[in-house]
Design a protein around this ligand. Sequence first.
Ligand code: G3P
Length: 215
Amino acid sequence: MKIFLDTADLSIIKHYADWGIVDGVTTNPSLVAKEGVDFETRVKEICEVIPGPVSAEVLSTEKDDMIAEARKIAKWAPNVYVKLPMTPDGLRALHVIAQEGIKTNVTLIFSPAQAVLAAKAGATLVSPFIGRLDDIGQDGMEIIDDIVSIFTTYAFETEVLAASIRTSQHVLTAMRLGADIATIPPKLLDQLAAHPLTDKGLAAFLADWEKAQQK
Ligand code: G3P
């Protein structure tokens, strides 16, 4: 299973890059806006640090504009994946750019039906949003389960990217259900890496070693 970082913060991406576990990065307009930087420059910088897929989202909402913007974004770096929203215009644009070999990530997916349509139109990745479904009282994990199972049944090549992940449990459940990728807010990586018994055990090892040296 691949792990992506869900951020546009370059220093944070650099901080985690040498852990050897970051397979890619996802950004969205909200994450880039928070950074207050030029979109193209930042995406290029991220693409240099992380060789895996880096998602950059179009801001247009009409098919022809989306296509033009997608073609432009796709030229920014060889590892850019163009993110398109799951709308009818998004599907129309996807259908065109997928045939041109542009890698895509269809975002804002909230149902298995949306994921299937995106896959059929040629999406490289689909991004079901778990946390935002939980927020409205639905079990976000259910759609991961359904999408993975439908994609397996029909042998879709499209990968399932679990997005809007908020907790360690989301990450583990996504892994258990067979999602291909989980995109994770950076602070969750620290939580995933840590365990109080690891810290306690290490402190005890070092203290015992120190004691033995003094004898
Ligand atoms: O990158 C898209 C997604 O992961 C956003 O997550 O927490 O804003 O719902 P969130």
